[in-house]
Design a protein around this ligand. Structure first.
Ligand code: SF4
Ligand code: SF4
Length: 134
């Protein structure tokens, strides 16, 4: 298991119910999520142009097993203790966002990943994206 990073990391709230890493209560049990631009050579100008690349569609046990190496096991063990918020580390390359910092770090206190009933990662968004002033 990769060690948890020490830099600032937002609390992740996610409503993507069709993702293998989704846990009821708007939680994400992935160890790490990657937030990317939807199009490789097009820097995001709004939230709809971002995506959670770590989305993995729920489609049976084989697919579920394929995502087990990116599960936040420590967080899962403590997830049901009162007052505990399970959350993944966030790696983000969307440098047009005001919360982005060198090292692909997100300095927002929390982020919201949206895309209820998503079928592919392009259907998801980092709703917290806010355009950086030029
Ligand atoms: S869509 Fe992304 S943030 Fe949401 S549960 Fe899946 S991996 Fe986690
Ligand atoms: S808020 Fe901005 S920097 Fe943070 S994950 Fe979303 S797009 Fe990336």
């Amino acid at each position: 298991m990769t060690p948890r990073t020490q830099h600032a990391n937002p609390i992740v709230k996610c409503i993507v119910n069709t993702c293998n890493h989704y846990l009821p209560g708007d939680k994400c049990v992935a160890e790490n999520i990657d937030i990317l631009n939807e199009e490789v050579n097009h820097m995001s100008q709004n939230a709809e142009q971002t995506m959670c690349k770590t989305f993995a569609q729920k489609s049976g046990i084989a697919n579920y097993l394929g995502t087990l190496d990116n599960k936040n096991w420590d967080g899962l063990v403590s997830a049901f203790k009162p007052g505990t918020q399970i959350t993944p580390t966030v790696t983000c390359i969307v440098d047009t966002c005001k919360y982005w910092e060198q090292g692909d770090v997100c300095i927002a206190e929390s982020i919201e990943v949206t895309g209820h009933d998503s079928r592919e990662c392009q259907d998801t968004n980092c709703q917290t994206f806010a355009k950086r002033n030029e």
